[in-house]
Design a protein around this ligand. Structure first.
Ligand code: COA
Length: 436
């Protein structure tokens, strides 16, 4: 690493001044040494009114804490677990935005980024580094920020695609060799397995998959071992995909664009996953402007988009970002992919949920809890899957939908839901011929 002058994180963050906006690299490559140094300066009250934005960071997020009131203001594009409490209390805030437009806010100057704090791989002999496991909106921040501070970390995988850029675009360099934050796959519960089975039945050979993180996607993937020629074009993928790549089930042969390549914009998983994308020409880590653009997603055949929800009403309105008025998550890429799947030839937009929460509350409700944010409208919803089955709401009337949705709700809640539908639609509801 000749010609690069490294400085300490403490020196690097001196560039931050009052009223700046900082963009933080996300998920597994969250730049913690810079965050720590920044918070140290914040504690010393060396600046005020500094806005911080990011999609979702992993690990501690001290900048969102009340101790920094007036010093930092978090405006995240997604409410992750590490900033959830602070957002719910109002100290931290959230910008609702489609994931594919997070980069646009930066590129079009709606959000002017002063400092981008990122983590990159070791430069190659030509001076190119990789953003590794997260390209998302961070490439846009690298392009637009007045100052780019990069931690050069040998643990950041050299992922290809839009992740690669030249060190000339970096202003300040810091060294660190901490391991990336990793997440092992959790256990798959019986309920998730049942949901996974119903979803897997909807996946055709030759499908292009999009799925999020968590138990349901892993349960689905664990049941696709006998499928053929699957492809991946997703905002993210995790470890569950790896056995299917090993078996040759995921080979991208049937994709119309990026044939043979797995496409994502960020990853979260174990070290094994991060090693898998290191120097792997079969994986393209691309700008979120591309991965999540509806018109791009729709070009692949049989796009099968599997997403989840916090609550859904009996007409099919999906809430995925708040529980009532309590913010829990974000819009993310749900609409990007539901819409893209809907427009793809043979595509299937799917919402997969357990019928009840871990506290026994029905996730299917007569009406959304007041304050709940509709992430996907009734018109966006096609397939809905619970552990009790799969129904297709596309082209169905309100009353048909109510019948279909209630048919896969938890038996303990069906009577209430049925009563609510009767009150909503009147006695005719019970005369409607059985929806198939
Ligand atoms: N009423 C009350 N509480 C509810 C609830 C409801 N209808 N639904 C869920 N909860 C509670 C659960 O009890 C749980 O509480 P806990 O944290 O105290 O255990 C919590 O909310 C999370 O619920 P869960 O069903 O486990 O959520 P999840 O981890 O499966 O995530 C989403 C679901 C909707 C938040 C997630 O899929 C998401 O963020 N989606 C939006 C973005 C998106 O779709 N992106 C594309 C794919 S990455």
């Amino acid at each position: 690493m000749k010609n690069i002058k490294f400085i300490t994180a403490k020196e690097a963050v001196k560039v931050v001044k009052s009223n700046d906006r900082i963009h933080l690299h996300s998920v597994a490559v969250t730049p913690h040494p810079l965050i720590q140094a920044l918070c140290e300066r914040g504690r010393n009250k060396e600046f005020r009114n500094v806005r911080i934005q990011h999609i979702h960071t992993e690990g501690p997020a001290p900048y969102a804490d009340i101790e920094f009131e007036g010093i930092f203001q978090l405006e995240s594009f997604f409410v992750g677990h590490n900033v959830r409490k602070q957002t719910q209390l109002g100290y931290a805030d959230y910008i609702p935005v489609f994931l594919h437009e997070t980069q646009r806010l930066i590129r079009e100057g709606v959000l002017k980024v002063n400092v981008a704090m990122i983590q990159v791989s070791v430069p190659d002999k030509f001076g190119y580094v990789s953003l590794g496991t997260s390209v998302d909106a961070t490439l846009a921040a690298v392009e637009k920020a007045d100052t780019v501070i990069a931690i050069v970390n040998p643990n950041v995988p050299r992922a290809f695609g839009d992740a690669i850029f030249h060190i000339n675009d970096i202003d300040l360099f810091v060294e660190d060799d901490s391991p990336l934050i990793a997440k092992e796959m959790g256990e798959i519960s019986d309920i998730d397995r049942k949901i996974g089975r119903f979803v897997a039945e909807l996946v055709d050979d030759g499908a292009t998959l999009q799925m999020g993180i968590g138990a349901i996607p892993n349960a689905v993937l664990s049941m696709l071992g006998n499928h053929k020629d699957l492809g991946v074009h997703s905002e993210m993928f995790a470890d569950g995909i790896l056995p299917l790549v090993d078996k040759g089930v995921v080979n991208g042969k049937n994709k119309a664009i990026d044939k043979g390549k797995m496409v994502a914009t960020f990853l979260m998983g174990s070290k094994k996953l991060y090693d898998f994308i290191d120097n792997n020409p079969g994986v393209a880590m691309l700008d979120v402007a591309y991965t999540n653009r509806v018109a791009i997603i729709a070009q692949n055949p049989k796009v099968t988009a599997i997403n989840s929800a916090l609550q859904i009403d009996i007409t099919g309105q999906v809430c995925a970002d708040s529980i009532g008025t309590t913010h829990y998550s974000g819009v993310g890429g749900q609409i990007d992919f539901l819409r893209g799947a809907s427009l793809s030839e043979g595509g299937k937009p799917i919402i997969a949920i357990p019928s009840v929460t871990n506290k026994g509350i029905s996730k299917i409700a007569p009406i959304l809890t007041p304050g709940a944010g509709v992430v996907s409208t009734r018109a966006n919803i096609h397939w809905l899957v619970t552990e009790f089955g799969a129904v297709n709401l596309y082209g169905r009337s309100l009353q048909d939908r109510a019948k279909l949705i209630i048919s896969i709700s938890h038996p303990d809640h069906q009577e209430n839901l049925d009563k609510a539908a009767f009150e909503r639609f009147g006695p005719h509801f019970h005369f409607v011929w059985d929806a198939e």
